[in-house]
Every structure is written in structure tokens, then in C-alpha cells.
Design a protein around this ligand. Structure first.
Ligand code: C2O
Ligand code: CU
Ligand code: CU
Length: 480
């Protein structure tokens, strides 16, 4: 076994072309951080309506030339959608691309037909009008395409944005919440550029997808953020297709981790770093002193989680000479139900290896299993590969029951929809499906390294009423 792993590691190292960002401390953070604009919305017959249009364009990232990019309502990334728990929302979505696309609401609890997975392609020039009621705790969610086999290509070209859910409970807490002032979304991505300024898309795709040497935050290389308040809330999204990050501050200062993928933790977790695999989010609150500057960096991630082992800079926080007061972070944030596996019905296991889950590649025409609405299940997930993988489930926010039989670390104690899988460890998840049954439209589960997902490291499941027969329909235009 040792020999085989060693051989695999050598093969991996010699075949996988990777680029590493410049070492920490060598960038000047010249550009101001742009904050994605808030998506305008209107209320029609009690429905909050947003307009989202996928577009082709060009973006100036590097001096050597403009880069062909995709964006929503612009040339790169998209606006931040904000809606409150209890609201009915509709997103009037237009595909202005020359290719089909989909829009998936990552982390959202909603009917499968609104989920925007590979069964909901939008043809070039066509539109799509998903509508649902927001019914989940305040959280930092996001949206991105999910076109079968082409997710990495479209996300890497720039199609991604944030979707913030608000609720009364979170609103009652003394937390920074002034969007763009003391509450800042950070979409972190790595990219590689060709000499003419175009994206170098094919670099290092043999195993993991793109590992770029240039870190973008909200679409800008090495920016700085002018901080004007004593505390600032950063909503971190790993929007990269393959790179793992371990975010920390250059001086090692402690910050409060207050929320993960699906919302608030019970109490802030004092932390010096927070690892995020592609698709995961974390909300942190950091305290600044007047006039200081400190870089947000990514430290070397756990080698089992891979990838570009250097420590590199992401963003610099620059505090004004005089800072507005911020309240202390509350000691208690929310109440989470104790995850209880006892009442959960089926147990399922998922072995992640190569580009397969349980030795199968994704098939749009096959439901891998059927779950019953309003029930819970216990899923055991394992990464059988010395390669980085993660596990993401649509429609639901799960709880981590254990990691290798042990109580999970505090950062994994809240609601999650995506989890990094360290090699050869066993993750037991309590997964619940509520409200929405649909015998013909499936939800997805997959590795969120997008190249792996595109290669087939994905499966689909139906959520049905008790006793209802599954009747999976293929998306239109899918023939194989
Ligand atoms: Cu973020 Cu199935 O996706
Ligand atoms: Cu998702
Ligand atoms: Cu993977």
C-alpha cells in the first residue's frame, strides 16, 4: 500500500502542472477592493423579483490585455442577491451567452425544479423563472452555473455571485451588518493568465482542475479594503474550482468565526485560521486598531487537502486613523438542535475515488437513490484517494455527526452543505430532506472540485412522498 501511494504521489507530482501564487509579503495591494453591487429587486404581487442576465464580456485584470470573461449583469461575477426568510422570491434569469447554462442556488433549500442543476438548462437567448419561498436561517449562500460537464468552464470564466439570506434572529444580534461598509463579501478565486491576458484554463487539469498563480478577490488581484469600523465582518467564499485555502491573518491574530455554510454557529469560535474547500463559506469578525494594516493570507493547507503549499496573500485590511465603534461580538449567537442520529432512517455510504462515487460516474438518466420527504438519513462519506475531494449536497444543510468517530471540530458544528474530505477519514453526516417532493427532478450530490464534478464525480437523488414511485426524467436535449 505504501509503495502504491508513493508511486501515485510521484506520478501526481510529475504529471500535474501547478502554479503557485507569489510568496506572502511580495504584493502591494494597490487596487481598492470592489464590493459586488446589491441586485436591485421589485415586489410584484408579493413576490420579490430579481433580474439576472448571464453575459459575455471582457475584463481588465492584467496590464498585458483584456480577458474574455462571463458575468451576471456585467462582465465578471454577479450582483449580491439579498432576501429575507419567509419571502417568496423569483429570479428572472436570461441566458445571454452563446452556450446553454444553468443557475444553481448553492446552499438553498428549494424545490428540485428550481434548484438550477443540470436538469434545468437554459438555451442561448432563453429565460428561466425559478420561484420559491426562502425558508432557512440567515446565511451566506451563492449561485453559479451547473451545466452538465461544463460547470468548471463557466464558473472559471466568471459566472458566480453571492446570495445572502437574512432573518429576524440574526438581525437582532449586535453584529456588523452594513453591506459594503462593515459587512464585506469576499469571493476568492485563483486564476492563471496567458501572456496575452486570456485565462489559462487548461493548466494542471489532469487531476484537480485549475490551480492558478493569481488570486482574485471580487474579481481584482491583491486588493485592499479600507476599514472604517472597529470590527468588520468578512463573508468568505472559496469560489475557486480546485484550490483549498486556509485563511489566516499575517500577524496570526485571532478572529471570531461566527457562521459557516448554512448560517450562524451557536457561539463565536475564536480562531487563528479557517480552511475552506471550493464552495464552502465562512463568516468571520475581525477586530482592527486605528491606522493599522494587516494582510489576510492563505497558509499552507493540510497536505492531505493538497494544493500549492506556499503561504500567499489574498487581501490587505487598512484601518482608518479613526474607527467607528462596533459592539462586542455576542457570546451566544443561536440555538442549534443537537444532531441526533437515532431517529434517522436509512444509512448510506459514499466512497469518493478517482472521478467516481461508489465506483460510478454521474448519469443524468439514473437516480442513485430515493429519499423520503420529511425524513433524516445518516450518510457516511469517505475519500478513498490521496487526492483532494469534497462533498456537497443540494437542497439541504447537514450536520456533521463525527469525523473518524470523534466529535467534529467546532468549525464543523453548524449547518454545512459542503465539506472537505481529508484522505481516508470517515465523515458521518446527518442529512434531512424537508418540504419538497418531486418524483421526476433530482437533486445532486458531488465533489465540489469542479473538474472532478464535470468528470462524473457526482450523483443524483430524488426526494419523494412516502410510497411514491420515482420517475426520473432526463433533461431535454440530453441524448446519451
Ligand atoms: Cu455549488 Cu452542485 O453546486
Ligand atoms: Cu449546490
Ligand atoms: Cu474530487
Amino acid at each position: 500500500v505504501v509503495l502504491l501511494v508513493g508511486a501515485a504521489a510521484v506520478w501526481f507530482a510529475t504529471n500535474s502542472v501547478r502554479r503557485t501564487p507569489p510568496a506572502a509579503g511580495t504584493v502591494d495591494f494597490a487596487a481598492p477592493l470592489p464590493v459586488p453591487e446589491l441586485a436591485p429587486s421589485r415586489v410584484e404581487d408579493g413576490v420579490r423579483v430579481f433580474d439576472l442576465s448571464a453575459q459575455e464580456g471582457t475584463t481588465a485584470f492584467v496590464p498585458q490585455g483584456e480577458t474574455a470573461t462571463l458575468g451576471y449583469n456585467g462582465s465578471y461575477l454577479g450582483p449580491t442577491l439579498v432576501a429575507a426568510r419567509g419571502e417568496r422570491v423569483r429570479v428572472d434569469t436570461v441566458n445571454g451567452l452563446s452556450d446553454p447554462t444553468t443557475v444553481h442556488w448553492h446552499g438553498m433549500h428549494l424545490p428540485a425544479a428550481m434548484d438550477g442543476g443540470p436538469h434545468s438548462p437554459i438555451a442561448p437567448g432563453a429565460s428561466w423563472h425559478p420561484e420559491w419561498v426562502i425558508d432557512q436561517p440567515a446565511a451566506t449562500l451563492w449561485y453559479h452555473p451547473h451545466l452538465h460537464g461544463r460547470t468548471r468552464e463557466q464558473v472559471d470564466a466568471g459566472l458566480a455571485g453571492m446570495f445572502l439570506v437574512r432573518d429576524d434572529e440574526e438581525a437582532a444580534l449586535a453584529l456588523p451588518r452594513d453591506y459594503g461598509v462593515d459587512d464585506i463579501p469576499l469571493i476568492v478565486q485563483d486564476r492563471a493568465f496567458n501572456p496575452d491576458g486570456s485565462f489559462a484554463g487548461g493548466i494542471g487539469m489532469q487531476f484537480d482542475g485549475v490551480l492558478g498563480d493569481t488570486i482574485l478577490v471580487n474579481g481584482v488581484i491583491a486588493p485592499h479594503l479600507e476599514v472604517t469600523t472597529e470590527r468588520v465582518r468578512l463573508r468568505l467564499l472559496n469560489g475557486s474550482s480546485a484550490r483549498m485555502y486556509d485563511f489566516a491573518f499575517a500577524d496570526g491574530r485571532e478572529f471570531d468565526l461566527i457562521a459557516t455554510d448554512g448560517g450562524l454557529l451557536e457561539a463565536p469560535v475564536p480562531s487563528e485560521s479557517i480552511p475552506l474547500s471550493p464552495g464552502e463559506r465562512a463568516e468571520i469578525v475581525v477586530t482592527m486598531t486605528p491606522g493599522e494594516q494587516v494582510a489576510l493570507r492563505s497558509a499552507a493547507p493540510d497536505p492531505d487537502l493538497h494544493a500549492g503549499s506556499a503561504t500567499f496573500d489574498v487581501l490587505e485590511l487598512r484601518a482608518a486613523e479613526s474607527l467607528g465603534d462596533s459592539p462586542e461580538v455576542p457570546a451566544h449567537l443561536t440555538e442549534l438542535p443537537t444532531p441526533d442520529a437515532i431517529a434517522a432512517a436509512p444509512e448510506r455510504s459514499f466512497e469518493m475515488s478517482g472521478h467516481e462515487i461508489n465506483d460510478r460516474e454521474m448519469d443524468l438518466g439514473r437516480a442513485d437513490f430515493t429519499a423520503t420527504v420529511d425524513t433524516s438519513e445518516v450518510w457516511t462519506v469517505r475519500n478513498d484517494n490521496p487526492l483532494p475531494h469534497s462533498f456537497h449536497v443540494h437542497d439541504t444543510q447537514f450536520r456533521v455527526l463525527s469525523v473518524d468517530g470523534e466529535v467534529p471540530p467546532a468549525r464543523l458544528a453548524g449547518y454545512k452543505d459542503t465539506i472537505a474530505l481529508e484522505w481516508n477519514r470517515e465523515y458521518r453526516l446527518l442529512v434531512r430532506f424537508e418540504d419538497y417532493a418531486d418524483a421526476s427532478t433530482p437533486y445532486m450530490y458531488h465533489c465540489h472540485l469542479l473538474w472532478h464534478e464535470d468528470q462524473g464525480m457526482m450523483g443524483q437523488f430524488l426526494v419523494v412522498e412516502p410510497g411514491q414511485q420515482p420517475d426520473l426524467t432526463r433533461p431535454e436535449g440530453d441524448s446519451d
